[in-house]
Design a protein around this ligand. Sequence first.
Ligand code: NAP
Length: 255
Amino acid sequence: MAGKFQGKRVLVTGGGTGIGREVAVAFLQQGARVVICGRRHGPLKEAVQSQQPAFPDFHYVECDISDPADVAELRDKVRQLLGGLDVLVNNAGVSERGNIESTTLKVWDRVMNVNLRGTFLVTQAVLPLLKEAGRGANVLNISSNLGRQAEQHQLVYAASKAGLDMFTRCCALDYAEEGIRFNTISPGVIDTPMQDSNKGELGYQEWRSQMEQLHPLRAIGLPKDVAAAALFLCSADADWLTGVNLPVDGGMCAR
Ligand SMILES: NC(=O)c1ccc[n+]([C@@H]2O[C@H](COP(=O)([O-])OP(=O)(O)OC[C@H]3O[C@@H](n4cnc5c(N)ncnc54)[C@H](OP(=O)(O)O)[C@@H]3O)[C@@H](O)[C@H]2O)c1
């Protein structure tokens, strides 16, 4: 049976691990042809190999999204591999803790350069491909509940994710007439490698129970929770949604 994304061409940044990997596999399972990118060869190769031989149209490109030359090469490879693009998922991101005194300029730039500059560069580079695909092409940005809920020692990460939300909404308006949609998902705490340093400090069980208590539904999120929401927002079922920021956060946004 044909999937919801049969033949659709999808790029997922940061698709070698965590949420991005789960999102990429969810698209594949719905019939899409998918390219993932990231800086490290190992996780990308492993992610693609893990889906062989079931999904031969699953590819990876090594790319630092904060580097314009890498991003231009990424766009060219996407065109070569997929022949165009229908969906971009800007998922790659990095997180650093700190307040204004402890956040060095180097850390500030590192986070902003991936979470905002990288998203800007990739979106700008592939926009001509999305325009060629026409109405229904869309972009999904992965933000965070910290983009709307302030928390101590989350200065640069939260500021970058708040910026990402406004980036999405501005693009949504700029391209609405052409029928290219831009939406955001804001996850709560999701069990991925991004949480490894927190798990390391507390031990996995203690980390998990503290994180469960943070969420009204008393559970942490899993990559599949974000993937399910991503499939919806990128599908024709969401054809009339643009500029939306969908929380996937176990009820945190209700507070
Ligand atoms: N886990 C959570 O609790 C949580 C909550 C809210 C939002 N999020 C957001 O969800 C997204 C995915 O994170 P995750 O939780 O799945 O963590 P993750 O496993 O660490 O994924 C982040 C991905 O981004 C890639 N990446 C980082 N810098 C990059 C760069 N300069 N160029 C290209 N790729 C880059 C990483 O690959 P390389 O290192 O190989 O480049 C990695 O695959 C992020 O935007 C994150 O902010 C996560």
